[in-house]
Design a protein around this ligand. Structure first.
Ligand code: IVH
Length: 673
């Protein structure tokens, strides 16, 4: 293992040295900067994961990258979040739709759009107007205390400008970066001195900011833009992100002059296009733009999910792409039997990793792109997204294979492949007879968000199924040590650990268990709603089509999937065997009706309210136990309509759903004692 890693690190160093020489000595780079950067980051990552393998001669050590324990830790009282990404208009629209649905908003959303500066996130704390701490983001919860280095940045105020809105403690966040001009100058200088130049302004800023000696940091042309003041809405009258920027400016911070208020997806896209056109003329590097819901109250309502705000998103500039050749095209069978065409590639380094598989999504895509074995293709690996084939590159035409045909039989179990009317997918009809589907089901059951059986990964599941030790999830609970130690890579200790993990997983929650069943289209959130509504498995199993649709997010399709799942005798059998094996979940009592007078009621807000914003109204309704959703259905208790309501009122009337006015809402919120 370590040998392989050592080899990989050595390869990367040689590769990086070669390109570095070409770039800095010969002034004749062999690869684009982004590719060099990707190599460098891959090396940094490997060295970070295996600190024992770092050597003084490693190219990463030249820029003075220090292990993170070089600085004292700095805790962030509010975690420093990261951002979700979108790459095109459709994804941006989906982002906005999610927001609107959540807010019950049918008008356009206002945003503040800002460049996504390619630098390092920092947090600065001011007490009584004086800078007392500067920190890096670190893992979001704990960063490095780099106060002395931050103090060397000329544009960072050491004291705030006197202002009546100055809180006792102010935390601001922003991005430290190296302007392109300064970056070029130090690189010219470095080259003259025979020193290594920085790969890009971001690396330069990172290296400069994390010098152990602040006097060295002071020698670099660093700058910073600020975009956030943590918790400011609670202390001042500022109500928008754009207002936050103006406030920061008044306090003496530098803000990015390109920030703008825009309206709806259209506004965002226009902004994106304009910034992309301007990109080369801007004095700093950026790798995209960020859209933030402008209204801070709405931000609060939207909250965050898995360490990223729901109210902001990064629209990245064109993702990283690379060219390679398709060696083969195979069909991979997922847990629902869907067959996904996957291109096996000549390995290529892109977006920081070597890629040898790329998805072709489905047969429609294969046909549209006319991808064939032997083709040169452009593949894209953007962020954490699964690499995909973007298009084929018209070639001299040699060695092109035949057009790809959808298989008639499942490559795993030879069952017939069916195509469902109106769906792009093709599926293996083998069901749980198909080992690939069985493996998929078991993997899903054991996965982290489901039963969370630690150590039960893909390779192990494959072995368990192939050896006939496990053919359905219930068998997991009857494994014993003798079975396990015979498996490859399985010692006495890991067998014991696995059995412990399986045992531990028996105590779970209803939501996890429902999710673990792998009912089609019942994701984590829906499983949680179902658990909330039915409170135990029995009632869920008995629930009919109508009762299921009472649950928020459950429409006819999911309701049908659920009833179909429980109709199958074989699924019911597995459920009872799981119970016999000792699986238990907490059964939560119904929430106290007295504390939640609006429990079980669902409202939709539309139009302009006079006394408060819709977001506030939603918060107050939720505090009393109500649900607030974005679209009107039969499940809606009532639509609350303010001034100029939209089509939701018509929809409510057509469905026979009550329409209430703002006075009625006030009455709901302040029930008579
Ligand atoms: S907002 C909501 N605004 O991008 C909190 N981030 O991917 C997220 N960044 O760690 C930060 N320019 O280093 C925000 N105008 C901008 C930004 C920006 C650059 C960086 C920042 C952050 C990362 C998130």
């Amino acid at each position: 293992m370590t040998r392989a890693i050592e080899k990989k690190i050595e390869q990367l160093r040689e590769e990086i040295e070669k390109h570095s020489y070409a770039y800095h000595v010969l002034d004749d780079p062999l690869i684009p900067d982004v590719e060099y950067d990707a190599l460098f980051r891959a090396l940094q990552q490997l060295e970070f994961d295996h600190p024992g393998l770092v050597t003084a001669a490693s190219p990463t050590q030249r820029i003075g990258a220090k292990p993170s324990d070089a600085f004292p830790p700095a805790e962030h009282t509010d975690p420093m979040l990261s951002l979700g990404n979108v790459f095109d208009a459709a994804e941006l629209e989906a982002f906005e739709t999610r927001i609107r649905d959540r807010l019950g908003e049918d008008q356009e959303i206002e945003y503040t759009a800002e460049p996504k500066i390619d630098g390092l996130a920092v947090s600065l704390v001011y007490e009584n107007g004086v800078l007392v701490r500067g920190a890096t983001r670190g893992d979001g919860f704990t960063g490095e205390d780099i106060t002395e280095n931050i103090r060397t940045i000329r544009s960072v105020p050491l004291r705030l400008q006197k202002h009546r809105d100055m809180p006792e403690r102010l935390e601001v966040r922003g991005e430290v970066f190296m302007p392109k001009k300064g970056f070029e100058e130090i690189n010219v200088h470095a080259r003259k001195e025979g020193k290594k130049a920085f790969v890009n302004p971001r690396n330069a800023a990172a290296g400069a900011l994390r010098r152990l000696d602040p006097r060295e940091t002071a020698g670099y042309p660093l700058d910073a833009f600020f975009y956030n003041a943590t918790g400011i809405a609670k202390q001042t009258l500022i109500r928008t992100q754009f207002g936050v920027l103006q406030y920061l400016k008044k306090m003496g911070f530098k803000i990015c002059a390109e920030a703008q208020q825009v309206s709806g997806c259209q506004g965002c896209l226009q902004y994106y296009g304009a910034i992309l056109d301007k990109r080369a003329a801007l004095g700093y590097e950026l790798d995209g733009v960020v859209y933030k819901v402008n209204d801070l109250d709405l931000q609060e309502v939207l909250g965050m999910v898995s360490r990223a705000p729901r109210w902001a998103v990064a629209h990245k500039f064109p993702a990283q792409e690379a060219a390679t050749r398709v060696a083969d095209i195979r069909f991979q069978v997922g847990r629902t039997g869907a067959l996904t065409p996957v291109a096996k590639l000549e390995p290529v380094f892109v977006g920081g990793a070597t890629v040898s598989n790329a998805t072709l999504h489905n047969m429609d895509e294969v046909n549209r792109k006319d991808v064939r074995i032997g083709d040169r293709v452009i593949i894209r690996r953007a962020g954490d997204v699964i690499p995909e084939v973007v298009k084929t590159i018209p070639d001299s035409g040699t060695g092109r294979g035949d057009p790809i045909q959808a298989p008639k039989r499942c490559p795993e179990c030879n069952s017939e492949v069916v195509r469902i009317e109106g769906e792009a997918l093709i599926r293996c009809s083998g069901g749980l007879y198909c080992p690939a589907q069985r493996k998929g089901v078991i993997r899903h059951f054991a996965s982290r968000k489901a039963m969370d059986i630690e150590g039960l990964g893909t390779k192990l599941v494959d072995q368990l199924v192939d050896k006939g030790l496990v053919s359905s999830v219930k068998d997991l609970f009857h494994l014993d040590k003798e079975d396990l130690v015979e498996l490859e890579f399985m010692g006495e200790l890991s067998a014991t650990n696995l059995l412990d993990a399986i045992k531990k997983s028996k105590h779970t929650t209803l939501a996890r268990f429902i999710y673990a069943l792998g009912i089609r289209e019942v994701g984590e959130a829906t499983a949680a709603s179902l658990a909330d509504q039915f409170r135990d498995l029995e009632p869920l199993q008995q629930a009919d089509y109508e009762a299921l649709q009472e649950v928020p997010d459950v429409g006819p399709v999911i309701a049908e999937n659920i009833t179909a799942f429980f109709r199958q005798a074989h699924n019911r059998e597995i459920l009872s065997e799981l119970k016999n094996a000792g699986l238990v979940w907490e059964v939560k009592p119904k929430p106290d009706e007295q504390d939640n007078p609006l429990a079980g009621k669902t409202f939709v807000l539309t139009g302009r309210l006079e006394k408060f914003s819709r977001a506030e109204a939603a918060l107050q309704l939720k505090a009393l136990g109500a649900k607030v959703t974005g679209s009107v259905s039969r499940k809606t208790t009532a639509v609350i309509a303010g001034e100029d309501p939209g089509s939701k009122v018509d929809k409510a009337r057509s469905l026979g759903v009550k329409v209430l006015a703002e006075e009625d809402l006030l009455a709901l919120l302040q029930p008579d004692p």
